[in-house]
Design a protein around this ligand. Structure first.
Ligand code: FNR
Length: 384
């Protein structure tokens, strides 16, 4: 089963005009025109000097593919199956919080685009629509839930139970945001959407969280937002908690934010089913290692069996294939789909997804690969 990238390409040429931007940089520029500086910089910005954000992109630049000719690869397959969840492309949509700042329909528009393309969505704990609403918008389409493990364990477990009940088929626990990184662009404008109650829908719809409030969010939004923010920092969390959560749910469990071989091995020892190598798009530790470099180290330490995903800097088809060749079972697409949402709502997200699928397939065709998931490090030049 495959998609044919040349059909997407031909449709654009034949129509005489592309209805959408093509280059990721153009999507970003169009999003910057559409959005106010606060929301745009919240999405586009990172921690500190944004060195890690740049390093994520540079790590892809630094590596080169080794195309093979005449492999007879007319039939190709870019689909993957990750922990029982199928995707027609080797990517899933990364958890991105508070998407209502990009478009009024927020996560619902993304959910519909995911469902229309079959690409799974990882819904954020910091979303502006409840996980039940998003599930309803998706029908049977595949979805995972990302957990911010707040400092109130009963609230965290309540979110897990709700995700189980609403058809989310894996749980991604984010480890790298136990407190918020130092983000100059947002600080300069004093812009944090949660302060005004945006991006709090999982909590405001949660019965356990609500039981903690004197008055419900409908009556006192700001007090509820403050209560949510107060639960957010959780630097007490340790690997023992991950081991505990492993025993609490039957869902496949992934941890997101691992950047070293040592932590990857530790995570596996806690019984997790998969690891997402990520530096949160350079939004947390400025100066942290590039995600693609960390992927190499993590895959090396874990060997071929453990499921490893990565995100940070995936912009084009070649990036997707380089990450797969360096050991990822699949990647997560982040900022590019948020820009698609800002530019064109559901249709914009769909266009971003379909373009990336086409680019991935055409690049696979041209490097002589048959199955994207079969690529290995022999497809990457040792150095240049
Ligand atoms: C994120 N990311 C994120 N991760 C997570 O686990 N939960 C979340 O709620 C969010 N929220 C969020 C908001 C915004 C605006 C951005 C840009 C990112 C991180 C995300 O899942 C992913 O790791 C990065 O986006 C990957 O980097 P690139 O490829 O987008 O640069």
């Amino acid at each position: 089963m495959s998609m044919d990238g040349s059909q997407v390409q031909n449709a654009i040429y034949v129509s005489g005009e592309s209805p959408w931007p093509i280059a990721p940089e153009e999507w970003e520029a169009r999003a910057a025109e559409k959005l106010d500086p606060g929301p745009f910089d919240y999405i586009a910005g990172g921690a500190g000097s944004e060195a890690t954000m740049r390093a994520n992109l540079e790590a892809f630049e630094r590596r080169r593919l080794r195309p093979r000719m005449l492999t007879g690869n007319r039939e190709r397959d870019i689909s993957v199956d990750v922990l029982g969840t199928r995707s027609p492309a080797p990517f899933l949509l990364a958890p991105i919080g508070v998407l209502s700042i990009a478009h009024a329909e927020g996560e619902l528009a993304v959910a519909r685009a995911a469902a229309a393309t079959g690409v799974p969505m990882v819904l954020s704990s910091a979303a502006s629509h409840s996980l039940e609403e998003v599930a309803e918008a998706m029908g049977d389409a595949p979805r995972w839930f990302q957990l911010y493990w707040v400092n109130d364990r009963e609230v965290a477990v309540s979110l897990v139970r709700r995700a189980e009940g609403a058809g989310y088929t894996a749980l991604v626990v984010t480890l790298d945001t136990l407190t918020l990184g130092w983000r100059p662009r947002d600080l300069r404008k004093a812009y944090l959407p949660f302060v005004t109650g945006e991006g709090c829908a999982q909590f405001f719809s949660d019965p356990v969280f609500r039981s903690r409030l004197d008055r419900p969010p409908e009556e006192d939004l700001l007090a509820a937002a403050v209560a949510m923010l107060a639960r957010f920092p959780n630097l007490d969390l340790t690997w023992d908690d991950v081991r505990w959560l492993r025993g609490e749910t039957k869902l496949p469990l992934l941890v997101k934010g691992v950047l070293t071989a040592e932590d990857a091995v530790r995570a596996r020892d806690c019984g997790v089913d998969g690891i997402v190598v990520s530096n949160h798009g350079g939004r947390q530790v400025d100066g942290a290692v590039a995600a693609l470099d960390a992927l190499v180290e993590v895959r090396d330490a874990l060997g071929p069996e453990t499921v490893v995903l990565m995100d940070g800097g995936i912009r084009r088809g070649a990036d997707v294939l380089k990450a797969l060749a360096l050991g990822a079972d699949a990647v997560l697409l982040g900022r590019p789909y948020a820009y698609g949402l800002a530019v064109g709502g559901q249709e914009g997200v769909e266009a971003v997804i379909r373009h990336l699928m086409a680019d991935t397939d055409l690049t696979l065709a041209l490097v002589g690969g048959m199955q994207a998931r079969e690529l290995d490090s022999s497809w990457i030049a040792a150095s240049f």
